[in-house]
Design a protein around this ligand. Structure first.
Ligand code: ZN
Length: 398
């Protein structure tokens, strides 16, 4: 097991800068140092030191020919070019009902991907076998072999104790409690595997590839079957003493008596999970449906157009926002990015959250936080796992 928490802080920061820079070069090909700084939000000195490292390692070349962007203005800027994607990584996103495997290079370019929909909670052994098959499918799609993979990382929707590496309660993966997913995956692939909580991976994904690229203090909320937060504070993932930070789904709301799977009543998750929201949507969109009847609902991103549905989503947003307001008071983040299935609902959800944050957080912190839906859709966690694997790969190949 390569425990994410084991990396010393300065090294983690250096790897983050590196991954950000490699991702920018992967996307744009050739850039001047000034352009890298502008695109990534990294300081000129951080870019300069990272470019020097990458030049030393032969991963980039630098010429004095004008970069494409500088050419039109007649300036001759030194242009940094990514020489090649020097390593391949394998990443997994384990959800409540799906597993996705992806092969990417160290620029973050996704080369192959495979997904299976299955009952992740109840069948850990079958899910791990499926992960192996999905990895092979993703590798086939990418035209590569497992022995070419430098590093592997996975996000799981469970509370992962960084002291013991085992899944702890409460977890949406009740049958995984007590398991060590990193050890299981490590055995499967015969090499160390980095495993992190899915919301933590979501925060990483948003920071590296999403709308949080230039943000050093962000809260990523995965609002799905469970509701969890990934915290990126001062540019670094914050896991807490035992790795279980961000369990906002079990923060109690006033005046709510609904039982939660954790044994308490009134937890955020018990009233605003995607399961509860879907139940209420069925009630307003298909009032004649019998209890337990399967009802096809419109996609969540289309519900803004249906007033009754938008009200249900808005109410869920205000409920989640009530808890996030306290988090905003406590942490003063620059951004809250909403992902997970419920995040797909977009504007009505974000407006509901905004309303509660403005109502309950102090004005000075409320006005400092930008609240947005993830633009990576349901892939923040997968991209976070890619980012985690790249961090390991680039450390390994140094
Ligand atoms: Zn609870």
């Amino acid at each position: 097991m390569t425990a994410p928490a084991a990396a010393p802080a300065p090294s983690a920061r250096r790897l983050r800068t590196r991954a950000t820079l490699l991702a920018a070069l992967g996307e744009h090909g050739t850039l001047s140092r000034a352009e890298i700084s502008r695109l990534t939000g990294l300081s000129r000195s951080a870019v300069s030191s990272a470019v020097t490292d990458l030049l030393d390692e032969g991963l980039v070349s630098e010429t004095t020919s004008p970069s494409p962007a500088a050419a039109g203005r007649g300036r001759r800027a030194a242009a940094v070019t990514l020489r090649r994607a020097h390593a391949l990584v394998l990443a997994f996103d384990f959800g409540h009902t799906h597993v996705t495997a992806a092969v990417a290079d160290t620029t973050g370019t996704l080369l192959g991907e495979a997904t299976a929909h299955l009952d992740v909670d109840n069948h850990p052994r079958e899910v791990l076998d499926a992960a192996e098959n999905l990895a092979r499918q993703a590798l086939d799609a990418a035209g590569h072999r497992l022995d070419e993979i430098t590093a592997i990382a996975a996000g799981i929707p469970g509370a992962l104790d960084t002291r013991t590496n085992v899944v702890r309660a409460p977890s949406t993966l009740s049958q995984w409690i007590g398991m060590d997913p990193a050890a299981e995956l490590g055995r499967l692939f015969d090499r160390p595997v980095t495993v992190g909580n899915d919301a933590e991976m979501g925060a990483r994904g948003e920071r590296a590839y999403g709308t949080g690229r230039t943000v050093n203090d962000l809260v990523y909320v995965k609002a799905s079957t469970g509701i969890g937060a990934g915290l990126l504070l001062d540019g670094r993932i914050y896991r807490g003493a035992s790795g279980i930070s961000g369990e906002i789904g079990h923060i109690q709301l006033p005046d709510t008596g609904t039982w939660c799977r954790c044994g308490n009543r009134g937890c955020l998750e018990s009233v605003a999970s995607i399961v509860e929201v879907r139940r209420r949507l069925v009630h307003v969109l298909a009032p004649g449906a019998r209890p337990g009847e399967t009802v096809d609902l419109p996609p969540l991103d289309r519900l803004a157009e249906i007033p009754a549905a938008a009200r249900v989503i808005g109410e869920a947003g205000r409920t989640i926002g009530r808890v996030l307001a306290d988090l905003v008071n406590c942490l003063n983040p620059a951004a809250i990015i909403i992902g997970g299935e419920l995040g797909q609902a977009g504007a009505p959800l974000v407006h509901g959250i905004r309303e509660s944050v403005d109502r309950y957080a102090q004005p000075a912190v409320a006005e400092a936080v930008d609240i947005r839906a993830s633009r990576l859709g349901l892939r923040s966690e997968l991209y976070g796992a890619i980012d985690a694997a790249i961090a390991t790969a680039t450390a390994t190949t140094r």
